[in-house]
Write a protein that binds this ligand. Structure first.
Ligand SMILES: C[S@@+](CC[C@H](N)C(=O)[O-])C[C@H]1O[C@@H](n2cnc3c(N)ncnc32)[C@H](O)[C@@H]1O
Length: 248
């Protein structure tokens, strides 16, 4: 099942980013720009499928388990959002930045629920979770997203099938987030989630615009989609901050 793409105005909608986007958003004094709550996002415009979701910080083998806060793993609430999205939308998923695979396993459970046969291509140049036959939807791919070619990723999917959406949580620099976005776009992906987009997240040091604080990922995505026609951008108020870009 696909999400409807009609553009019912929602109070929290950011995109398409316009000149009216408040300058205060970029202020270092704003620790957290609230545009929609996770609950609002998950009910727009039709609710995402709700079902019991495990805490995947503690699933998988011991080597792949990690508590929230101990590493860069996402929060349970954020995992639930991805699992519910996967359950609703299904399809094949590109994940950039898998680490211990916490996010991978949330998406995996959602794809199980969707029953569309979706696979997750989990891309990381330093996986912390080895090969594991117990998670058959996961295609573990060890590579640098900077140097991988789109056709290498496409070749991992069944013949004639495409990626449905992406979750980007790899290199958190401005350049990294931008390059990973271009990689996803070059694969025809038109629904992209980003993690760690809160102003309080990853220090923002290497900005072409000279910002001194806030998340580099946030600034890169705001800049990248501001002038992109035909895209909506959602700013989701989760513990680490998530953004979701979707072609209209
Ligand atoms: C924050 S962790 C991902 C956490 C994971 N998404 C989760 O929530 O469980 C970031 C990961 O991105 C990987 N990474 C960073 N830059 C990368 C790149 N250019 N190509 C591939 N992987 C990269 C790192 O090795 C690390 O494992």
């Amino acid at each position: 099942m696909d999400l409807p793409t009609e553009t019912t105005p929602l109070p929290m909608r950011v995109g398409p980013l316009a000149n009216s986007y408040p300058a205060s958003t970029f202020s270092a004094s704003l620790p957290f720009q609230a545009c929609c709550t996770p609950e609002e996002f998950m009910s727009r415009p039709r609710p995402l499928i709700d079902f019991p979701i495990e805490d995947h910080h503690y699933t998988g083998p011991l080597e792949a388990q990690v508590t929230f806060g101990e590493s860069g793993a996402l929060h349970h609430l954020e995992g639930c959002l991805l699992a519910r999205f996967a359950a609703t939308v299904g399809g094949h998923v590109l994940e950039i930045g898998a680490d211990h695979g916490v996010s991978t396993r949330y998406i995996h459970q959602g794809l199980d629920r969707a029953q569309t046969g979706g696979q997750i291509v989990a891309l990381d140049f330093q996986h912390k979770w080895g090969h594991d036959d117990h998670w058959p939807r996961r295609i573990r791919f060890e590579a640098n997203s900077y140097t991988v070619w789109p056709h290498e990723l496409q070749a991992l999917l069944p013949e004639g099938e495409d990626f449905s959406w992406a979750f980007i949580d790899g290199d958190h620099s401005w350049e990294g987030a931008s390059r990973d976005t271009l990689l996803a776009l070059s694969l025809g992906i038109r629904r992209i989630f980003y993690h760690d987009t809160g102003e309080h997240c990853v220090p923002y040091k290497l900005s072409p615009a000279g910002h001194q604080s806030g998340s580099s990922v946030r600034q890169a995505i705001l800049a990248g989609f501001r002038d992109a026609p035909g895209w909506n951008l959602y700013d989701i108020r989760t513990p680490c901050g998530m953004m979701y870009a979707e072609a209209k």
